[in-house]
Design a protein around this ligand. Sequence first.
Ligand SMILES: Cc1cc2nc3c(=O)[nH]c(=O)nc-3n(C[C@H](O)[C@H](O)[C@H](O)COP(=O)(O)O)c2cc1C
Length: 353
Amino acid sequence: MKQTELERARVDQKTTKQTLSEQAMKPLRFGHLVIWPPFVAAPFAGYTDGVYREILREFGCPYCYTEMVSAKGLVMGGEATLALLEHSEHDRPLAVQLFGSEPEDISEAIRAIHQADVPFDAVDINMGCPAKKVTSQGAGGALLKDISRAEAMIQAAKSATRLPVSVKIRIGWSGGERAVEIASRLEAAGADMIAVHGRTVAQGYSGEADWGTIARVARSLNIPVVGNGDVTAPRQGLKLLGESGCSGIMVGRGILGNPFFFRSLYQTLRGSEPEPAAAGERFILAIDHLHRAAQRYGERRAMLELRKHLAFYFKGMKGASKLRTAMNGARSWSELVDTIRHASRCFGNELHM
Ligand SMILES: Cc1cc2nc3c(=O)[nH]c(=O)nc-3n(C[C@H](O)[C@H](O)[C@H](O)COP(=O)(O)O)c2cc1C
């Protein structure tokens, strides 16, 4: 596939948006936001930076979050933390996701964002991260064990902004029995939307997401609930949207190396069979992503940081593990680009980028 064809495939979703906008599937609404189709990209620390989000947007992703950003880090004005807020004007509507354990850090961080005039459309608080370095500070998933503090975090956020405040939780710390109670208390504390990842914190990312519990939460709350966990294909996401009573679907690992998810979603909504991304398209996108990252971060950093992304672009393809080893072994930017070009040629695609 040539570059121009890729561009055409990307913009195709715009037409779909117009033709389908009158149709029955309701948008996800909270605060002033109207998100249609009601599918959102999950936040991924180390993956969904401004560069990848821009790519997701070009494939039609209607709503994104920043990677999780330390509220304390923002208050201290750390440069690396501030860099996580950067985004292009096309990368909207966008939520800034904060993590922390002190309500005052949350309100101060939000004030700092407003003072710096960085435009966002919502503030989200992370109450699901299972990483030890986060939970050991009482942040992320640990807040599910201290609901009074979790409530105070939401109240602190609400007091510092007029933007809608959402929260991303798991179904519980080690079991899902209290999921409805937890979510109801966060709703009462002022949350405008709740995204529920259907695993416990203890589960990490293993096992299956419990959509039964997500549905119980969705049916018990008056604010919109967005379900998250194991959605890998548009049709499956649409089915879960219909069955669970959720107002939206958050797609997690299903979007890594696969911004095509959103194009397939529009094709599915239009009633056509989604076309899988061709090998050539994956190669073009990988090189394109590398170039954009190099522009933003410089070649050296882009090369190191994109290794994990690149592996996802080629996952499942013939020779993928050999290619991954070769990409990881590349000692310079040009060697990395040449490795991808060479692999592309093996699939019969000449890359002119
Ligand atoms: C490497 C990695 C980084 C993640 N970073 C974040 C994050 O910054 N904020 C957040 O709320 N969730 C984060 N998550 C969780 C995902 O957003 C999502 O909830 C999870 O992958 C479950 O969805 P899935 O089963 O569709 O993948 C991360 C997950 C992984 C594997």
